[in-house]
Write a protein that binds this ligand. Structure first.
Ligand code: SAH
Length: 313
């Protein structure tokens, strides 16, 4: 029987499944020695081995993101000593950055993660049942698997549909976010699955809500070249349309999306440039020795289609 038309548009379950893919890819990188993440294995039922090009791509994304985040966390403290900072991760999926930062001793005052309830429920269950994670949040934390919530002193996980700005305001208030504190907002492979109108609203909301903020965006661009067309076909066949890609298909268009909505400075690079000029040379040398790699042409196309954007206000 032919699939109903709606299946070819972005659907919730298929988009949530991209989170499972991301976790499996991160675990593949961990096993090969590209990155360190002592928690991601808890979220992967069936580990898979990814190809060197996928491993290298994930490494580049992780290394660049962590470098930017560490710069935010490292910046000067206020005159009176400690400066409170907060991180807001939109569509956080099973990302474990908070727990890694805890181990590194650099976790911020507040780390808030949002996702659909189906995802936060699974994450809350793992956090509650795996002592390795449970021990990293305060003993007094309240965890509800049913509601998909974790409320601890410095870490909060809450369910929301990001397209509902009213609900977004409610959850960040519930999480105790302070709009006047320096805030690092993460949207990694999330807004691209959301319709352009809602994405614009989220970008505008973030700029109106937080007085000092950095917005980090990572997602696909360039839908119209041969590589982009194939990438879109692959994702659509799984039911995940990249709903945002045609509205802002280039580096400049993505910058414009933010600059038009109250953000002051935007720098968009593709991942080729990020890999060769932002990721530390030593780290690059280290990982380039991990696996035999000869897919240079595909690597160039793939990395050119990935956007790394940092916006500040
Ligand atoms: N940021 C994570 C996960 C990416 S997968 C990472 O990079 O590893 C995309 C995530 O966005 C999924 O977990 C999906 O459930 C979430 N998501 C997509 N649209 C959403 C929406 N409208 N509201 C809340 N979460 C959403």
């Amino acid at each position: 029987m032919a699939k109903p038309v709606a299946d070819w548009q972005s659907n919730k379950e298929a988009v949530q499944a991209t989170n499972d893919d991301a976790s499996a890819s991160k675990l593949s990188c961990v096993k090969k020695g590209y990155i360190k993440d002592d928690y991601v294995h808890l979220f992967v039922r069936r580990p898979v081995r990814r190809s060197p090009i996928i491993n290298r791509g994930y490494f580049a994304r992780w290394a660049a993101f962590r470098k930017l985040l560490n710069q935010f966390l490292d910046t000067e403290v206020g005159e009176k000593g400690e400066l409170r900072k907060q991180i807001l991760s939109l569509g956080a999926g099973f990302d474990t950055t908070y727990f890694q930062l805890q181990d590194e001793g650099t976790a911020p005052y507040l780390y808030v993660e949002l996702d659909f309830k189906e995802v936060t429920r699974k994450k809350a269950t793992i956090i509650e049942t795996c002592s390795q994670m449970r021990d990293k949040i305060s003993a007094t934390a309240s965890i509800s698997r049913e509601r998909g919530e974790v409320l601890s002193d410095h870490y909060k996980l809450l369910p929301v549909d990001l397209r509902d700005i009213h609900q977004l305001n409610e959850v960040i208030a519930l999480a105790g976010m302070d709009p006047s504190l320096p805030t690092f907002i993460i949207a990694e492979c999330v807004l691209i699955y959301i319709d352009p109108k809602s994405s614009r609203e989220i970008v505008g909301w973030a700029s109106n809500t937080f007085s000092t903020a950095i917005f980090f965006l990572y997602e696909q661009i360039l839908p119209d070249d041969a590589f982009g067309e194939q990438m879109i076909r692959n994702l659509e066949s799984r039911g995940c349309a990249l709903l945002g890609i045609h509205d802002t298909p280039t580096l400049e268009a993505k910058e414009g999306l933010f600059l038009d909505r109250g953000w002051q400075r935007a720098v968009a690079w593709d991942m080729l440039k990020v890999y060769s000029t932002f990721v530390d040379t030593q780290e690059r040398r280290r990982i380039e020795r991990l696996e035999l790699f000869d897919e240079f042409e595909e690597w160039h196309m793939m990395q050119a289609s990935q956007l790394f954007l940092c916006v500040v206000k």
